[in-house]
Design a protein around this ligand. Structure first.
Ligand SMILES: CC(C)(COP(=O)(O)OP(=O)(O)OC[C@H]1O[C@@H](n2cnc3c(N)ncnc32)[C@H](O)[C@@H]1OP(=O)(O)O)[C@@H](O)C(=O)NCCC(=O)NCCS
Length: 179
């Protein structure tokens, strides 16, 4: 999961052997006024808008609007069919989401609206991701995405490898959480 959300560099294809269905909940971790639920098709436009404005806030020098077609295609053809998606809502507005591929343990996307950074939404989404993939989680993060790296470290992830985004060439850390 690099800054431009392109496909992972080092995606594991190993299927974990202890998959379980887990409930969704925002009952552990810091609390604010939000709730979690499964993604529904009606969320697609709100997800796209959130993805765009959040990444644009994180990397102002990159034109994410120019990548919208790519993102929509990837969302519809890869992430929706292959991953479990949980969204966070604040007073009826979608303010975050996370995707977890239970077959590969890969967390491809976690996005929280900038006005909810530091609120506990990210921690709750990561907690849910752990429930959905109890054997562990892997992700890729750009090495200059200090906020995300710090967030992952806070929630028990360690740097477990290194790579490069295949399209941008940007260096990425592989970060992993294991129970
Ligand atoms: C990544 C993301 C989901 C994390 O959510 P968040 O609410 O911002 O995360 P948190 O506030 O819980 O944690 C961020 C930590 O980084 C720290 N931090 C922020 N900027 C920092 C900096 N420049 N140097 C060091 N630490 C920094 C914060 O203080 C916080 O740590 P603390 O709680 O110990 O104070 C959110 O920032 C986001 O959506 N970013 C844009 C999309 C993205 O990068 N997704 C992940 C791609 S791999």
């Amino acid at each position: 999961m690099a800054n431009d959300s392109e496909p992972p560099v080092m995606q594991s294809r190993d299927r974990p052997s202890c998959l379980v269905e887990s409930p969704i909940g925002a009952d552990d971790g810091p609390q604010s006024d939000f709730s979690l639920r499964r993604y529904e098709p009606r969320d697609e436009d709100a997800i796209t808008a959130l993805w765009l404005r959040t990444w644009q806030a994180a990397y102002r020098q990159i034109d994410f609007a120019a990548r919208l077609d790519w993102w929509r295609e990837r969302w519809a053809r890869e992430l929706v069919p292959q991953t479990q998606i949980v969204v966070a809502e604040h007073r009826g507005t979608l303010v975050g989401f996370v995707t977890v591929d239970q077959a590969t343990r890969y967390l491809d996307q976690i996005v929280v609206a900038p006005e909810h950074w530091g609120s506990g939404v990210a921690g709750a989404l990561l907690q849910t991701a752990k429930r959905l993939s109890p054997c562990g989680l892997d992700l890729d993060v750009n090495t200059d995405n200090i906020r995300a790296i710090r967030c992952y470290e806070k929630h028990g992830f360690c740097i477990s490898g290194a790579g490069f985004n295949p399209s941008s060439g940007s260096p990425v850390h592989r970060m992993s959480w294991r129970p």
